[in-house]
Design a protein around this ligand. Structure first.
Ligand SMILES: C[S@@+](CC[C@H](N)C(=O)[O-])C[C@H]1O[C@@H](n2cnc3c(N)ncnc32)[C@H](O)[C@@H]1O
Length: 232
């Protein structure tokens, strides 16, 4: 596992895009069975299925409006039908590996066996409620040594401005890793990676310096561009 940590560090230092970084990490970790929470148009799924040795790829996304999800990607039903069609079309070349669960993480959880996955990529709800449910429900689906990665590890909870609910992937993912007593790596491109490896214990590996001493009060400050707009 320490070899994997060192390899991930090298990959993170050289990768030019989020997709290239995950392709290299997944290949290094020999990920074959994975799930993605929040698939949207299928861009990430397309890139992973096209570049990695994946045997089974579970896609979890309701692709429908959610009443309690106050985020810009919460579209109406006709728009979500188009987005779903695009996701299917983009990943059609790997249809035999695809397992589509058109529902929320909570509804999908009972349909996935415990310890059956090498990797889960979390990119769904992102609110405090969403990241809590996603990490808690998906951790048990990973085999020992599995990877729990995700997107939107933003340095401001006001990722989408004051009209939308805040994003709490950062710091919640760190608290979750601490509770599970496993390492977490803070990666470039607003990504994080928790290693389901209790023998290593909890530690935060900062591959992006800016997060090192980030305090909760800083994370929650409204960025100036939104404050100015509120004073209008
Ligand atoms: C940011 S997009 C995902 C982008 C995609 N991972 C990519 O990189 O190409 C977020 C998606 O999360 C989905 N989503 C929102 N709440 C969810 C939930 N509770 N369970 C599963 N998916 C959810 C939305 O429907 C939306 O399609």
């Amino acid at each position: 596992m320490l070899d994997l940590l060192m390899a991930i560090q090298k990959i993170a230092n050289t990768a030019k895009t989020r997709e290239a970084m995950w392709q290299a990490i997944l290949t290094e970790a020999e990920v074959a069975r994975m799930a993605e929470v929040g698939v949207y148009r299928g861009a990430f799924a397309e890139s992973v299925l096209g570049a990695c040795e994946i045997e089974a790829y579970t896609m979890i996304d309701p692709w429908q409006p959610l009443p309690n999800w106050h985020k810009p990607a919460n579209h109406d039903a006709p728009r979500f039908d188009e987005i779903f069609a695009e996701a299917m079309q983009r990943t059609d070349f790997a249809a035999d590996k695809r397992h589509v669960l058109r529902c929320t993480t909570k509804e999908a959880a009972s349909q996935i066996d415990a310890a059956s996955l090498d990797m889960v990529y979390i990119d769904g709800d992102h609110t405090l409620r969403g990241i809590t449910l996603d990490l808690t429900l998906m951790y048990g689906k990973l085999r020992a040594g599995g990877l729990l990665g995700g997107d939107d590890f933003t340095m401001s909870v006001w990722q989408h401005g004051p009209d939308f609910d805040p994003t709490f992937v950062c710091p919640y993912a760190i608290y979750f890793a601490e509770a599970m007593d496993v390492p977490i790596i803070i990666l470039p491109f607003l990504q994080f990676l928790i290693l389901k490896e209790p023998t290593l214990g909890f530690e935060v590996f900062h591959l992006v310096d800016e997060y090192k001493n980030l305090r909760l009060n800083e994370l929650m400050q409204m960025p100036a561009r939104f404050k100015e707009r509120n004073n209008d």
